[in-house]
Write a protein that binds this ligand. Structure first.
Ligand code: PHE
Length: 346
């Protein structure tokens, strides 16, 4: 191998490498080219191995040419890298474009079920009068649901509650929250101010105003000298908090075995304001709850001396209160889980 041959090999390598750099399809190909030509085991090194066979005076010349070749290839690689890299960056930017003006996906906010919300509103009103929330079990026993409420086994008043009995002797699904009165009396000493919200069950044919499952809120107050006037004043405050300061109310005689005297508590019809529409069965009034003075027999079952303490109780249907507040006509809507309905109350 002489000087001419080595030089022409070097020039050939330079041309091929510069051409390959210019036509490389991507930066990956440039990396390969760099290793293949300039790397430790690359072509340039291979050619330079021939240098040992040259006379001593020729060697520096070859070294000079080799340096020029290296520099030329590096420049070509650099130029190609810049243009290819720029194009690749442009392509990525174009592909990964984010339109920051696109509106975000809305996150639906949940809301309380209207019955839960109404029960809480009821509790909030009575809390202001010192009433504390208690809870009783949904599976009750006959004794607490009926007998201690002055409703003996064969009493005709049982017909007021169409009861779902369990297979277990003496057990039933509570038909009202009133058994909670007994439970609180057994648990607390007077003065008592208890509120008992809860789910109740009755054997009912389901229609717009009847369901086999529904919610009640029970109230119980027992103290020395508690009177019907206290009951009336409290219920007036409640009705005004829920239905407006100027909503007229009235007491009407009623009947419950566990209260004596018993009343129905009415508000002036929220639809017709007393004009007598179909919503109030043309009476002009709507009953929102039952109430009365706790029967002495019931106090005694609760372990409380009726000679010393008196009390009143009331019970209301939460669906009914919610209907009147929101002008809902069919209580089945509360159980259908239709988010368009449930979300309308927030
Ligand atoms: N428990 C009665 C009902 O379910 C309501 C009521 C409660 C009446 C308390 C008087 C006193 O209809």
């Amino acid at each position: 191998m002489d000087l001419d041959e080595l030089s022409s090999n070097l020039q050939a390598l330079r041309e091929r490498a510069v051409g390959a750099a210019a036509s490389a399809p991507d930066t990956g190909a440039l990396d390969e080219l760099e290793v293949g030509v300039l790397g430790k085991k690359g072509e340039l090194t291979a050619i330079l191995r021939g240098i040992g066979a040259l006379p001593a005076e020729d060697r520096p010349k070859v070294g000079g040419i080799a340096n020029q070749v290296r520099a030329a290839v590096e420049t070509a690689l650099g130029t190609a890298r810049q243009s290819l890299g720029g194009a690749e960056l442009q392509a990525r930017l174009a592909e990964e474009t984010v339109d920051v003006t696109t509106p975000g996906r809305p996150i639906r906010r949940g809301s309380l079920h209207p019955i839960v919300e109404t029960a809480r509103e009821i509790a909030d009103v009575f809390a202001q009068f010192g009433f504390v929330v208690y809870e009783g079990p949904e599976i009750e026993d006959d004794v607490t649901n009926f007998q201690m409420l002055n409703i003996p086994p064969d009493h005709p008043a049982r017909d007021l509650w169409d009861t779902l009995y369990l297979d277990v002797e003496g057990r039933l699904l509570r038909t009202h929250t009133s058994p909670g009165q007994i439970r609180v009396m057994h648990q607390e000493r007077p003065p008592i101010r208890a509120l008992l919200p809860g789910r109740c069950f009755r054997y009912e044919a389901v229609d717009a105003s009847h369901a086999s499952e529904f919610f009640q809120v029970e109230g119980l107050m027992i103290d020395e000298g508690t009177s019907m006037a206290d009951l009336k004043g409290l219920l007036d405050q409640f009705a005004h908090a829920m239905f407006g300061e100027d909503r007229p109310t009235r007491f009407r005689p009623g009947y419950y075995p566990f209260t004596e005297p018993s009343v129905a508590f009415d508000i002036l019809c929220v639809i017709c304001n007393g004009e007598k529409c179909p919503a109030c069965s043309r009476t002009g009034w709507m009953t929102i709850l039952g109430a009365g003075m706790v029967h002495p027999v019931v106090l005694r079952y609760g372990g409380i001396d009726p000679e010393r303490f008196q009390g009143f109780a009331f019970g209301m249907g939460v669906e009914r209160i919610a209907n009147l507040r929101h002008h809902v006509v069919d209580l089945r809507a509360y159980m259908e889980d239709d988010l368009r309905f449930l979300g309308a109350f927030r």
